[in-house]
Design a protein around this ligand. Structure first.
Ligand code: SF4
Ligand code: SF4
Length: 109
């Protein structure tokens, strides 16, 4: 059960979570960060450091933010605006750097 970043991260993005992740699976979009569900090892280290409580395990995401569970997945599986292919599972966010793009759902907020 991977962890998920929900709405409160939008436009906050302080990146405390990325420093805690032992597998570097938290990727930076334009206005929000996204956890790669294929790479997350469910360690929970990121959850307590988020100042806006945006992170939780997918089955514990608040009902008001439930759409972010699928949206985190979409960030990696769909071709994002301006890109040629889905991001997939590149094996580390520091390798790819900030992506500068969000899912359509986040962009429209
Ligand atoms: S739960 Fe662990 S592996 Fe998953 S994103 Fe958070 S810190 Fe990284
Ligand atoms: S710690 Fe929370 S607000 Fe900061 S980047 Fe991570 S998820 Fe977003």
């Amino acid at each position: 059960m991977p962890y998920v970043i929900a709405g409160p991260c939008i436009d906050v993005m302080d990146k405390s979570c990325t420093e805690e992740c032992p597998v570097d699976c938290i990727y930076e979009g334009d206005r929000k960060l996204y956890i790669n569900p294929k790479e997350c090892i469910d360690c929970g280290a990121c959850e307590p450091v988020c100042p806006v409580e945006a992170i939780s395990q997918d089955r514990r995401v608040p009902p008001s933010d439930i759409e972010f569970v699928d949206d985190n997945r979409r960030f990696f599986l769909e071709v994002l605006s301006g890109r040629q292919a889905p991001l997939g599972a590149p094996g580390g966010s520091h390798k790819v750097g900030p992506l500068g793009v969000d899912t359509p759902m986040v962009s429209e907020r």
